[in-house]
Design a protein around this ligand. Structure first.
Ligand code: URA
Length: 193
């Protein structure tokens, strides 16, 4: 398969009708630094994301920006995407079928970005890589996916908006992520700060 650029991918996604959600919602591809060594992956666009056609721009996105800032990162410096590229009605959980149908888009984004660390935010994104591991056990612990890619799962920021106890866990996991990036020298900007 010929490798596309992100703008080409964006263009193709706009005319793609490969899942029912694409009939009712706007396409939301990932955004950020195309050369980033770190990629964050959420679940699916919500209302604000659907309106603006951009990932993580609502309340959960605001918290994600704060978490990134807490470890010295700006969102423009990393790449942020989702498992699902269209908003499920009323923000319901995406179905297995919808995840399956949208999977090629995420795979193509990963192939283009070539991140060294992928941070799945929440169980749906974690399930894309490790279907048999739960987020409660896996969060905050790096795991090798391949020789080149480490998965560093963290709870979804929206979960902390509904459950205050998870807030500290997210803050702690971001600190652990910072240490991991420093120790492995994966993200130069953090390691030099
Ligand atoms: N939640 C997600 O998982 N993704 C978004 O883009 C916004 C909220």
């Amino acid at each position: 398969m010929m490798k596309l650029t992100l703008p080409e991918l964006q263009k193709q996604l706009r005319s793609w009708k490969g899942c029912k959600l694409a009939m009712t919602a706007n396409p939301v591809l990932g955004e950020g630094d195309h050369n980033s060594t770190i990629m964050f992956i959420g679940e699916a666009p919500g209302q604000k994301e659907d309106e603006l056609g951009r990932p993580f721009v609502g309340a959960a996105g605001q918290f994600l920006n704060e978490l990134l800032a807490s470890i010295g990162l700006k969102r423009e410096e990393v790449y942020i995407s989702n498992v699902i590229k269209f908003r499920p009605p009323n923000n319901r959980d995406p179905t297995d079928e919808e995840k399956e149908q949208c999977m090629p888009w995420l795979k193509m984004e990963i192939a283009i970005i070539k991140p060294k660390v992928i941070v799945p935010l929440g169980r749906h994104a974690l399930g894309h890589f490790f279907p048999n591991i739960g987020i409660t056990k896996a969060h905050g612990k790096p795991q090798k996916l391949t020789d080149d890619i480490t998965i560093f799962p963290i709870y979804h920021p929206a979960a902390a908006l509904h459950n205050g106890n998870l807030r500290q866990s997210l803050i702690d996991d971001f600190q652990a992520l910072k240490k991991f990036l420093e120790n492995t020298n994966i993200h130069k900007r953090i390691s030099s700060s």
